[in-house]
Design a binder for this molecule. Structure first.
Ligand code: GRF
Length: 197
């Protein structure tokens, strides 16, 4: 039986596409839902074009009531009965109660070498810190923001004169490689951390 995967997005969904593309090959998991919190998230159309069920829970409709937003999110997820939830550029912070419901089943990709640079603006912060390397991390989601067990990482060099945009552009193709590799492993119960490369 294939593992059922729900993917949560807020934007273009390029990481979602990389995951889905990989699952189209021989794979221990299958995508059962792509869910966005923004109606015009580009990734929704991409998922539809691939024949994957989509849903949108617009957080703005809940006017700051995070509990109600997450209840709706949860309802949509429960209906899809995922074994694994992949956050892929999902830009809402989730409450501990929501995370507890799915803990052990929820992954996230973060554009830094965690535990460095949790939160936003990771590329600029890596530059500001004078790092010689930068990277991305796939980790399990726990109540601690960007703080759960690390499952996989990939690194790139920081070149003289790099801007935050340069780093983001060089890192994204590695995110697209790392996340599918980690999901494949996770879907068969392998939680050992790995370094891509
Ligand atoms: C990625 O860089 C991801 O690491 C970050 O947001 C970006 C999402 O891009 N959190 P996409 O929506 O997957 O194209």
């Amino acid at each position: 039986m294939k593992k059922r995967v729900a993917i949560l997005i807020s934007g273009g969904g390029s990481n979602m596409e990389a995951l889905v593309q990989d699952m189209e090959r021989d794979h221990p998991a299958e995508p059962v839902l792509v869910l966005a919190n923004i109606p015009d998230a580009g990734g929704l159309a991409k998922a539809k074009a691939r024949g994957i069920p989509t849903a949108c829970i617009d957080h703005r409709a809940f006017r700051g009531d995070r509990t109600a937003f997450e209840a709706a999110l949860n309802q949509a997820l429960e209906a899809a009965a995922p074994d694994i939830i992949c956050l892929a550029g999902f830009m809402r912070i989730l409450a501990p109660e929501f995370i507890a419901r799915w803990q052990g089943k929820m992954l996230n990709i973060h554009p830094s070498i965690l535990p460095l640079f949790r939160g936003l603006h990771t590329h600029q912060r890596a530059l500001d810190a004078g790092m010689a390397v930068h990277g991305c991390t796939v980790h399990e989601v726990t109540g601690e923001l960007d703080g759960g067990p690390i499952l996989g990482q990939a690194v790139i060099p920081v070149h003289e004169g790099d801007t935050a945009d340069d780093l983001a552009a060089r890192l994204l193709p590695l995110e697209h490689k790392l996340y599918p590799v980690v999901l494949r492993r996770f879907a068969v119960g392998n939680r050992a951390k790995m370094l891509l490369g």
